[in-house]
Design a protein around this ligand. Sequence first.
Ligand SMILES: Nc1ncnc2c1ncn2[C@@H]1O[C@H](COP(=O)(O)OP(=O)(O)OP(=O)(O)O)[C@@H](O)[C@H]1O
Length: 286
Amino acid sequence: MEREEMKVITVRNLKKTYRNGVEAVKGIDLDIEPHEVCALLGPNGAGKTTTLKSILGFINYEGEIKVFGKPIDEVRDRISFVPAERSFYGYMTLSKAMKFCERFLPNFDSKKSLEMIKHFRLPMDKKIAGFSSGMKTGVYLSFTLAQEADLYILDEPTWGLDPIMRDDVLEMIREKVIQGKSVLYTSHIISEVEKISDRIYIIDKGKIRYSGALDGLKEQFRIFYLPIEAMKKLDNRDFSSLRKVPNRIVVLSKDPEEWEELENLSEMEGTAPNLEEFFQFLIRGE
Ligand SMILES: Nc1ncnc2c1ncn2[C@@H]1O[C@H](COP(=O)(O)OP(=O)(O)OP(=O)(O)O)[C@@H](O)[C@H]1O
């Protein structure tokens, strides 16, 4: 218990079934460590937003969630977030929304926010409802990242941004960790996750399919390309994952004892997977 209190977020057996019967999250555990960028990576509809909404206490759920060892309502002042829906400021102009933030967001740094608004080249006198999706993302980031907090929870923080702005935002996120803060964010863009995350949770169909440090992947797994005939020799074997590509079977194996045998069959050394390959295996593996 004492060790768990050291964690930034602990999620235990989180389940969420919406009223329409959709089981969006089916019993997941998360441990978000301090001073890390942790990514929740998954395809559309995987349950990422539902997980963040549960952590933020915006929806009812089953299971246990603690943030800084406490229920979320006791630590809200230490958290800043970008929500999935970017419609909160509705028909306010950006300058009016800014005044709203100055009044209601704890530890809000107006100067920093203005700098970011300038960086995103957002017009102060126009209504936010008329902004493009990338501009709306810019608005929320300009408010959220200008708030002094210990934990940043960001739902798709690069949604709609052009590649240059996207890179800038990734740097801003990384910068938070350098300053000693912690970040949990969702994404379905693998290259982004690879660039800035220390730890990843891959989620699909409401379940965690992989969790661990990004570096750990390359040490733990090997990929082998085998001729189709080799498949017979592998019958009834329980590999981490198998995929078919034209004329080849691709095997992802976590068992070092197996690697030599697979190397002989493929007549090639196994390679460490990158995140893209690994993700394809988990999500599209057979
Ligand atoms: N309010 C809701 N009512 C009913 N079903 C919902 C609701 N919100 C989400 N869902 C469903 O729950 C599942 C998980 O959705 P969620 O938004 O958590 O996924 P996601 O991983 O964030 O997806 P995306 O990357 O597309 O935003 C989906 O099947 C979705 O249709």
